[in-house]
Design a protein around this ligand. Structure first.
Ligand code: NDP
Length: 313
């Protein structure tokens, strides 16, 4: 730890998706003076989605980024201290708990709510890494614009892939959707939309063998694993939409997690194995992963933290 003066806060919230902001709203209203660090992507995953149609209270739907701005405004209005910054290390071996921000400042907190969410997964092939940012992206909504009027490919078969394929189909001339099995995981309604969109072609039982191009994406080599054949398709953009990984690495060794890194909470609560440390949202939820369930768990974490801090006081 550096010799700089360590700031002391009552309740520290790490992460700024629906879980973190909801925890901040509740905690601020309960006078816990929460300090929230937003992380690298303020607003979290909803800032890279389009229309949210299933969050109650918005009968006409709402854009994800707009919804997150509203969450933040509400937290600020209640008195939460919202800061831009990234938790880079923690020391939960003694109380008060210590959290390092941006690799320089340490903060001490009586209680901590972890709401760091989850991040996109990658295929892990060499060409994907090499061409990342040069036509390879994990966010169609962020980067689709750059491929207007071009052909693109997307890999994945969940709701995210379906949603992004549909989004891209409105911007691009053609979308080649690479699905590794003979079925999609996406909900029926999303599958139907994909299959009924004329400029989306689905490649079943298919893998991405290689993304082609030296300095920018120029094509993709698709392997049909059932027929053991390959074909090259000319594209300008390649999108990866194969799920997410919980952002929990910095808590390893202190907080109990499952084998894939999801933080384990005591069922029916937001409590972790450490008293005074709570978890909410996608970092502890691999089943539901919805904005509304994340927000609900953020509320639980704030209420659990309030009870904990009041018994401690
Ligand atoms: P999912 O985990 O649901 O799906 C991931 C998809 O990627 C699966 O089809 C999987 O294939 C495929 N995949 C995984 N690894 C690879 C790989 N290495 N190569 C090729 N394909 C791979 O993730 P999503 O991000 O789609 O969705 C997460 C959650 O969020 C879900 O619960 C979903 O319902 C929800 N969601 C809801 C939305 C909405 O309601 N509007 C929008 C977006 C997401 P396989 O099926 O073979 O395992």
């Amino acid at each position: 730890m550096s010799n700089k003066e360590v700031e002391k806060v009552h309740l520290l919230i790490i992460g700024s998706g629906p879980a973190g902001y909801t925890a901040a709203i509740y905690a601020a209203r309960a006078n816990m003076k929460p300090v929230l660090y937003q992380g690298i992507q303020p607003g979290g995953q909803l800032t890279i989605t389009t229309e949210v149609e299933n969050y109650p209270g918005y009968p006409d739907g709402i854009q994800g980024p707009e919804m997150m701005i509203n969450f933040e405004k509400q937290a600020v209005r209640m008195g939460a201290d919202i800061r831009y910054g990234m938790a880079t290390k923690v020391d939960f071996s003694t109380q008060p708990y210590r959290v390092e921000i941006d690799e320089e400042n340490w903060i001490e907190a009586d209680a901590v709510i972890i709401s760091t969410g989850a991040s996109a997964k990658w295929l892990g092939i060499e060409s994907e890494q090499r061409l990342n940012g040069f036509g390879v992206s994990a966010c169609a909504v962020c980067d689709g614009f750059f491929f207007r009027g071009k052909e693109v490919a997307i890999v994945g078969a969940g709701d995210t892939a379906a949603e992004e394929a549909l989004y891209l189909s409105k911007l691009c001339t053609h979308v080649h959707m690479i699905v590794r099995r003979d079925a999609m995981r996406a909900s029926k309604v999303m599958q139907d939309r994909v299959l009924n969109t004329p400029n989306i072609t689905v490649y079943w039982n298919s893998e991405t063998e290689e993304i082609l191009g030296e300095h920018k994406v120029e094509g993709v080599r698709i392997k049909n694993t059932k027929e053991n054949t390959t074909q090259d398709v000319a594209i300008g953009g390649f999108f990866v939409a194969i799920g997410h990984k919980p952002n929990s690495d910095i808590f390893k060794g202190f907080i109990d997690m499952d084998e894939t890194g999801y933080i384990q909470t005591i069922p029916g609560t937001s409590k972790t194995n450490l008293e005074g440390v709570f978890a909410a949202g996608d970092v502890q939820d691999k089943n539901y992963r919805q904005a509304v369930t994340a927000a609900g768990s953020g509320c639980m974490a704030a209420l659990d933290a309030e009870r904990y801090l009041s018994t401690k006081a």
